[in-house]
Design a protein around this ligand. Sequence first.
Ligand code: ZN
Length: 678
Amino acid sequence: MLLLPLALAQAGERSLVDTSDSPHAKMYMVDVDDVQWREGFWGERFDVLKESMIPYMWELFQDDYESHAWSNYLIAAGLGKGRHGEGRFRGPPFNDGDFLKWFEAVVNVYALTKDPELDALMDEIIEVVSKAQREDGYLHTKVIIPQRQGIAEAKEFEDREHFETYNMGHLITTACLHYRVTGKESMLELAIKAADYIDGLCRDVPEDLARNAICPSHYMGVMELYRVTGDEKYKELGAQMIEIRSLVPEDIGSDHNQDRVPFREMEEAVGHAVRANYLYAGVADVVVENGDWSLFEPLEKIAEDVATQKLYITGMTGAIYDGASPDGSKKHHSIKLVHQAYGRDYQLPNLTAYNETCATIGYNLWNWRMLTLTGEVGYMDLFEQTLYNGIMPGISLEGTEYFYTNPLRKLKEFDWPLRWGVTRAPNIKSSFCCPPNVLRTIAEVHNHMYSLSDGALFVNLYGANDLDTQWKDGQAVKLRQSTNYPWDGAVRLDFEKAPNSQFALQLRIPEWVNPETTQVVVNGEKVASGIEGGQYFELKRKWKEGDVVELDLGFEVSLYESNPLVEETLGQVAVKYGPLVYCVESNDLPQGVDLMDLALSLDAAEKGAVFGRKQIANTTVTTVTLPAWHLNSEGWKSKSLYRKASKTQAKPIQLEFVPYYAWGNRGDTDMTIWLQSR
Ligand SMILES: [Zn+2]
């Protein structure tokens, strides 16, 4: 395939998700190297990513005992024998794709650092992957290894839980980015082979392909490949892969995998939340290219369903370990098992929350695409809520320990044996999908800070960085963003270069700000105050070098309550400050004070929140201390289930809260986000 040389690419065509030519996109990303972190929250996280997260995980992947992911590629490529020289596949079937998510993080780091060692490492890895891939484009080492050893029983798509399309989807996504960043076609060629293989399946055995669309990363991948190559075949393939989902036979299809009913008949989020969110993100990618609003209609309904009935305050999704769907249906025969699933409306348990980190990442991928499609700022609010409070908890502050599931409360007394631990672990051998997914998400935050449309620059997120970008018409803008966000809401933008014509600077005002203290000052002159949250605030003018915009986002400590239909949090409150959800950890409590014997008055924040700075692991966080109550309820130390209620004695106590994303970094602690209110 002949590609246009990258040097001729117009602005936006070298971005992570390129919607610069998408007919139904309201905005497009800046190029992948247009934003450079400086200091601050994200600058620090990016440094930890570079120096700890990525090298640590590379070591892990190369370890034949801890992971075997790299060995599987080497064996399939005929370049290694693996553990004990056995030459066989080990580990979960989705490890090929997980490895490529880590690779995607490396590509992003390379985009910003241009570190030649990373470039060489990527070349080395691509060489191996290319040898591991089958000539027809199929990539799945679990099957390729035995096939190359002449084992006749090894067949493709024997088991839908083998994640073949997921693995190939990640190859395609990663390769598109690698090409855009390096200009090398070495990996893109592998992606084209894989996509052509999938295209062949879609024509020849559509039912098989539909049945095997597990965690469908390939929908997003194929649509991105269309954007890179401009080949209409991939756009049609993307659309067709959604259509063929209705071919999954009734005895196999289930809500667990969102294939019990055709997509257009769906009205709510169901089933395995990673699979669901990847599907929804993929559908959004199809719609932004082909404008099929009959797909958008259910998609928007599902998005509304999640945001208003199935989303944790942390932006996490997929509440249920094991359940049934459609739960409570009159058609009893249609009910099947679901796991790590979206539950019923308002079913949001805390202690047993599943909330796989990947599900939350999928939700973020989806929200970004919904923002691109609609331009509605609410999707960016959800993106940010999810990023800080749903995804960041998935990795330790030092970058070497992970959460797979994410409860909102942990208590030693609750000792129901759950499949997954709620203590950070340096490896999750049976399912290492989340850790590299978190890495690529952190590596990609800079791509989401700004977006462009004709005559507009959107500031979506806040964090200290330098932007140097262009619109499609070649007009350039350069500015420096300075801020301590998320620790306070003061943001300063210094223009270093501006186009000759006017453009609209669109500042995102998050839904949660206090309008009374939200204002905008341009070149020392107040231009607006009392700005309501939940909008892009437009400043349209002819900008010039030296212009300064000072935005004050009204940060405050607020107590939140949930809809009373969320039984698990009835009569409880959670603490938020700015975009961050806070929690209490047991190691910040005085001796003898139990986490569940604490209560907050509804006016605790007004009575006096005191801010502090605290060192947790390798980083400093802002703490919030609030006046609270310590309730005397000793009787619950026994296993009794009920007792006569009586007025409890309450003693005042000062209670220190830490950001939820930083929990579990100081040993095996108890923790809660929700506290009783009184
Ligand atoms: Zn995962």
